[in-house]
Design a protein around this ligand. Structure first.
Ligand code: UGA
Length: 434
């Protein structure tokens, strides 16, 4: 099939590369000429396991092309994916300017009957706006569909290739049959394609992210209660997660959820709820709880450093909002670092892949260490923010010897409290007794 993907961010790039891998002829378009030039040379704007190889192979074999010219590609496309950014507007609602601008270009240039898919995370009612926009410009029939993406950063290729489900909001048999064929290679293991109405498909995406964010915030708050009553959140997590109705994933307490999706989508869902006069009290509380949670590590450091971090040196392990990505967006590490800097502490940070991105955000306000051990050298405390594998089993003796004071504040519960105590650390984690 001839496919055009507009927007070469996380979603667009993964969708384009994976659809090329299954034999389709894909053009990935973006208005950013530098990004397109880099992609033509297999230089990716993001770190995503397996993606570079996929892009290189499919480009070499001629199935995947990168272009700034979405207009020309729209003329021959059978399927167009709109995968441009939807940044939050001032009130938290998704800003649809890029989506509608892309729709306009597509509408003006369609030359054959085409399926146009909103792939960006967009509020309920967006497909209708896209459809109205296309109708103003198109001279051929078109079919607007909603196909939300559930891929996780760090596992995006795997998630696209082997999805739990494919959600498709469609209104016509034409669109239904084209998309069933397009997605057939990805659901061979029997996972479902869920056809539904467009509004339900659009809302499913927000509901899924808000539900996952709810689980995390629930456990984050429960972890704080565990500390007060002498319970261990690890035990509670395993106990509740073993119930098949609950399931064990997304129950890990931490420094608060971050990333480009959960915070944005929770706020956008609240904006939609507000516009429709339907209070989503649970979701509102999730947002509030998370804002609070992002300060827990800082509070713990202050308490451990005798009530004042001014003049101290704090080592931070992990800058990305989670492992396997260099994405810093809404990372809890940023909240922690900003609070430390504002209080007059020095920060020495390490991250296996996110330091280049971090430098763009934090500049030279912090020091970047070449290795995790360099970061702790002479520091008064170590804060572990991201659960990168390489931080799971460090040489504790070496860390202990390098730290000026043996304080470890672990936001990811990576280490065993008793073992840490035996090694001579003053160890603080989330929701577990010392
Ligand atoms: C999330 C969803 O998981 C995807 O299904 C969705 O497609 C994507 O958003 C999106 O909307 O595009 P992602 O933002 O890549 O994916 O990251 P997650 O792996 O979901 O993690 C989100 C945050 O929750 C991270 O800060 C992570 O550290 C935190 N988290 C996750 C916890 O604190 N505890 C957990 O148990 C799990």
């Amino acid at each position: 099939m001839q496919i055009l993907v507009i927007g070469t961010g996380y979603v667009g790039l993964v969708v384009g590369a994976c659809l090329a891998e299954t034999g389709n002829d894909v053009v990935c378009a973006d208005i950013d000429a530098q990004k397109i030039a880099d992609l033509q040379n297999n230089i990716l704007p993001i770190y995503e396991p397996g993606l570079e190889e996929l892009v290189r192979r499919n480009q070499e074999q001629g199935r995947l092309r990168f272009s700034t010219d979405s207009a020309t590609a729209a003329a021959t496309a059978e399927v167009v994916f709109l995968a441009v950014g939807t940044p939050p507007g001032e009130d938290g609602s998704a800003d649809l300017r890029h989506v509608l601008a892309a729709a306009e270009t597509v509408g003006k240039n369609l030359r054959r009957e085409t399926v146009v898919i909103t792939k960006s995370t967009v509020p309920v009612g967006t497909a209708k706006k896209v459809s109205d926009c296309l109708a103003r410009h198109a001279r051929v029939p078109f079919h607007v569909c909603s196909n939300p993406e559930f891929l996780k950063e760090g596992a995006a290729v795997e998630d696209f290739m082997r999805p739990d489900r494919v959600v498709l909001g469609v209104e016509t048999d034409f669109a239904r049959s084209v998309l069933a064929e397009l997605y057939a290679p990805f659901v061979r293991t029997g996972k479902p394609i869920l056809f539904m109405d467009i509004a339900s498909a659009e809302l499913t995406k927000y509901a899924a992210n808000a539900m996952l964010a709810t689980r995390i915030s629930f456990m984050n708050e429960l972890a704080l209660l565990c500390e007060r009553v002498g319970a261990d959140v690890d035990n509670v997590r395993r106990g509740v997660g073993s119930d098949a109705r609950i399931g064990s994933s997304f129950l890990f307490p931490g420094p608060g959820y971050g990333g480009s999706c959960f915070p944005k989508d929770v706020k956008a869902l609240l904006a939609t709820a507000g516009d429709n006069d339907v209070p989503l009290r649970v979701v509102a509380a999730v947002h509030q709880a998370n804002e609070r949670q992002k300060h827990v590590m800082y509070d713990r450091l202050v308490a451990a450093l005798d009530g004042d971090v001014k003049g101290t040196r704090v080592a931070v392990w992990g800058l990305a909002f989670k492992p396997q990505t260099d994405d810093m967006r809404e990372s809890p590490a940023l909240t922690l670092i900003e609070a430390l800097l504002a209080a007059g502490a020095d920060v020495v940070a390490h991250d296996p892949v996110a330091m280049t991105h971090a430098q763009k955000v934090l500049g030279d306000r912090i020091t970047y260490a070449a290795t995790s051990y360099d970061a702790v050298e002479g520091a008064d405390a170590l804060a572990v923010v991201t659960d990168w594998n390489e931080y799971r089993h460090p040489d504790f003796e070496r860390v202990r010897g390098a730290l000026a004071r043996p304080i470890v504040v672990d936001g990811r519960n990576l280490y065993q409290p008793r073992k840490m105590e035996a090694l001579g650390f003053e160890y603080h984690s989330i929701g577990r007794p010392l």
